[in-house]
Structures are given as C-alpha cells and as structure tokens.
Design a protein around this ligand. Structure first.
Ligand code: SF4
Length: 498
C-alpha cells in the first residue's frame, strides 16, 4: 500500500466506486450523499431508475459477449462475502471473473469484467453509452487503483460500450472494447491525493463549495435546487447558447448575471434580445412575427411524436438508442375556429413503423402546414421514409409541409422567464400560463418515453386493466403536447397584432 493513501482502518467510511465518482464531481455532493443518505433529492426519478436498470441489463448482456467466466453472484450488500468469493476465484487463477470485488484504501469496487493473462490482469468497465466519455476514465481509474492497492497486477484498462454502428437484427457487433490504459494511468497520478482529500473532507463539516460547472458535469447534480437557491436570477450561465467555460469565466470575473455583463461582450442576436428583455423586465416581440405566422398554410396541423430508443435495438435497421416513433398526436385547425384531433399509439413489441407511417400520412392528409416544436419530428419522418419504402413518397411530401415553430419563437420573441431556453418547457408557461400539465398522470416527455419502453418492450404493466389505464394516460399526455402548440400559436398571433 502506498504511503499517501489512507488505509481502510484509518477511516470510518468505506466508499464504493460510485461514491468516489460522486466526490470526483463535487465534494459537497459526496458529503451529502454520505451524511444525508435519506435526502429526498437522492430518490431516483423514473427516468434515472430506468437508466440504472438498463445499465444493469447491458452489464448482464456484456458478460455473454465477453465469453465464459465466473460470476461473483451475491446480493449487492454482502460485501464481505463478495470479497471472499473473489479472493477464492483469484487463488484458483480464474481466467475471467465477472463482478470481481476488491476492497482497499478505504474503497470498495466491483469490476464488471476482470480478465487474466498469465500474471497480468485487464479491468473492463461496461458502459451502456455508445462511446467512451471523459467521466469513464475516473471511474475506471478508481477500480485500477483499488485493485493495485489490493495487490492485483492490472496492466490494462478497457471500456466496453455499445457500438453505434451495430444494426439490428445482426447484434454480433453490439459491443466494442476500447483500450483506455494511457488515459487511466495519467488519471492515476492524482487519484491517491484526491481520495485522501475525500476521506478528510468526509470526516469534517459540510464543505463550502461554490456553484460551478461541476453542478451539471458530468451529470446534473441532484442537489442543484439546494445550492442554486441563493444564486441571483438571470445567472450568466442562462445566457442563450453561452459556452459553459465562458460563462464561468465571466462569473469568476464578477459578471455573475445578465445585469452586469461587460459592455464589450459580443452577443448573438438572440442573446442580445435576451439581455434587453431581462434588463427591461418585459417581453420583446419583433415586428416580423406576424409575417412568419402569416406564411403558415391553412388548415394548419400540429404534430407531436413520442418515441422509444432502446439501448439494444429491437427492430430491423435500428442502431442502439435510435428513436423510433410509437405514438403521435395531431390537432388540425378547422374553418370554424375549432380543432379536429387524431392520435395513434402502437400496441405491442412488434415493429411499429409501417403502421404509424400509414396513420400519420392519413392524419396529415389535407393539412397545409404541419407544425412541430423542434426538428425532432422531421428527423423521425425522414428515417421513417427510409424504413417504410412503400410510403416514402408520402412521407417526403409530408416532410415538405413541416414547419418548426421553435425557430419562429426564437427569432421573434423573448420573455424573461425563458431563462435562455426556447424549449417548450420554458416557453409555454411564460406565454400560455393558464395551460398546465400538472393534472396529468404523465406530464414529462422523458417519463413518457420510459413508460412507453416498459409497456411496449417489457410488457410492463402486465395486466390488461393497467395497460389500458397507462395507454389512456400516455394518449392524454401526447394530446396535451399538440394542444399546447395550438394555444401557443394563438398566443403568438395575439402578440403579433398587439
Ligand atoms: S449543486 Fe453543485 S455545488 Fe451543490 S452539491 Fe451539487 S455539484 Fe456541488
């Protein structure tokens, strides 16, 4: 054991790899994780829970691709038993161990795949992403560090991740393995000191850590609301399309909000409008809005998709995480000022694309402009045209009628409550405050996607009654999305003539 690393006996804490990685993001985050274990912020939301489950399933699948090996198959909290079973497998010189557990330096890690080549070992970390991300290096480095401290001769480190080039139904190349050894070795130069600091910090009071880029990188910290409550409104990070490093450099130079930006800061047109609106405390509407809306051809249809993008592609021609539309809602304007509504939601695990393409073409037939809010629907329609050749002509014709409402808003309207974003989540409450999703059982796009994935690909829920109830909730949610667009356009038309 190296002299600059605390031993397990010197600290009351035994940190898992995940906790160490929390500390690599932010010491305050780790302190709360350990000392405020039951914080409400630490309860996983459905999307996070699904991501964790999916990660675990990918881990199981990766073992099949790696080849035969010995699995340390014990409940997650039986740490000592896992350590013992691993030590036994190591004594027997098992060539490949899955979930091999080691404890040293006050930390505990379980290695997804540990491979032996004579006296040398390779640590393989399985990730459900389609590439190696910067944060994976720290993650693997913690494992290599602990294993070396435990006396294992680790000479190579790899990340095994999903292959974005893999195309169903041929899943033979679902995973790729990348050698990350050089990056891990560089990371290891500073890791012992970082671990020492983490243990020292945990033994003391809550550390004083200022808000910073670490609040969002590598992932959103669950304690953002706690730490950002005292941040001044219109923080410089909310400036439209500002780079994170630029924003934090400005903040550290004393330009913390949009009210105190340096006068020589160059701003794009939208950011400049944002700053004017925020400083004036009122919405700005540009004169061209009426003309942009006037170019829409009646009857106007409003289209929204919900999709699923399984990590392991389910249908021919799909890559990992490729979003496939499984549901849509269309509202269409009528001459009398009312709106017709049409909706579609697939039933089961089969390929939904031919059926949704047919229903979509029919739902939008006769409409002039077909409005969406973002370019997402256009991309999905173009992909549908590739995969449903018998309707490719109709889908291309539909593509030609699509109009993305988001750039129209972005180019003509800024309300201080947009906080630098033109996503419908920010724009709708600011412009149509009377419309709310709060009464809906499903009221979030990410949650809808998770529920659709579970319902369609995992037969969850299993009972017909609960499936019917979930279908109704999902239909209501998607319908609300297009109704929100209807109301948004009505509001924009009012603003254009005001
Ligand atoms: S919100 Fe930011 S400062 Fe607060 S704990 Fe999280 S990462 Fe640290």
């Amino acid at each position: 054991m190296s002299s600059d690393t605390p031993n397990a006996g010197a600290t009351p804490f035994r940190l898992s790899k995940s906790r160490v990685c929390d500390g690599l993001q932010c010491h305050k985050f780790l302190w709360w994780r350990i000392h405020d274990k039951n914080a409400p912020e630490l309860v996983n939301d459905p999307a996070t829970q699904f991501r964790l489950e999916q990660g675990s399933e990918i881990g199981t699948l990766a073992r099949r691709y790696a080849g035969p090996g010995e699995l340390i198959d014990l409940p997650w909290d039986q740490i000592d038993q896992k350590l013992e079973a691993t030590a036994d497998a190591m004594r027997r010189l098992a060539p490949r161990i899955f979930e091999a557990a080691f404890g040293a330096a006050g930390s505990f890690v379980a290695v997804d795949i540990l491979e032996r080549d004579g006296p040398r070992y390779t640590v393989v970390e399985v990730k459900s992403s389609t590439k190696v991300k910067p944060e994976h290096i720290g993650d693997v480095a913690v494992q290599v560090h602990v294993l070396r401290q435990a006396g294992v001769n680790v000479t190579r480190a790899e990340v095994m991740h999903l292959n974005r080039e893999c195309v169903a139904p041929d899943l033979s190349d679902l995973f790729v393995r990348e050698d990350v050894s050089p990056k891990v070795e560089t990371y290891l130069l500073d890791l012992p000191l970082e671990l020492k600091q983490q243990f020292a910090m945990l033994a003391g009071p809550l550390p004083d850590v200022a808000i910073g880029p670490q609040c969002f990188e590598p992932r959103d910290c669950p304690f953002i609301e706690r730490c950002w409550a005292a941040a001044p409104p219109h923080h410089v990070t909310s400036l439209y399309r500002i780079r994170s490093d630029t924003a934090w450099a400005l903040a550290s130079d004393g330009h913390e909000t949009l009210f105190d930006l340096p006068p020589d800061l160059r701003l794009n047109v939208v950011a400049a409008r944002q700053v004017r609106a925020v400083r004036a405390g009122e919405m700005i509407v540009e004169p061209g809005l009426g003309a942009a809306l006037g170019a829409l051809a009646s009857p106007v249809a409003f289209l929204d998709f919900e999709t699923v993008g399984p990590a392991v592609p389910a249908w021919p021609g799909c890559h990992p995480y490729m979003p496939v539309p499984v549901q849509f809602s269309v509202h269409t304007s009528r001459p009398n000022g009312e709106y017709a509504h049409c909706e579609w939601l697939t039933d089961g695990p089969g390929d939904p694309r031919p059926a949704i393409a047919r229903a979509l073409v029919a739902a939008c037939r006769g409409a002039g402009s077909v409005l969406t809010y973002s370019s997402f629907e256009r991309a999905r329609i173009r992909t549908l045209a590739e995969h449903v050749p018998e309707l490719s002509q109709d889908l291309r014709e539909l593509d030609a009628r699509l109009v993305d409402l988001e750039p129209i808003v972005r180019s003509h309207v800024y309300h201080p409550d947009f906080v630098g974003s033109f996503s419908i989540k920010e724009v709708l409450p600011a412009l149509v405050p009377e419309l709310s999703y709060d009464h809906l059982a499903v009221n979030d796009g990410q949650v809808a996607s998770v529920l659709l994935n579970r319902m369609l690909l995992r037969a969850d829920p299993a009972t017909p009654e609960r499936r019917a109830a979930l279908r109704a909730d999902l239909l209501e949610y998607c319908k609300m999305d297009t109704w929100a667009m209807v109301k948004l356009v009505e509001r924009l038309r009012e603003l254009a003539v005001a």
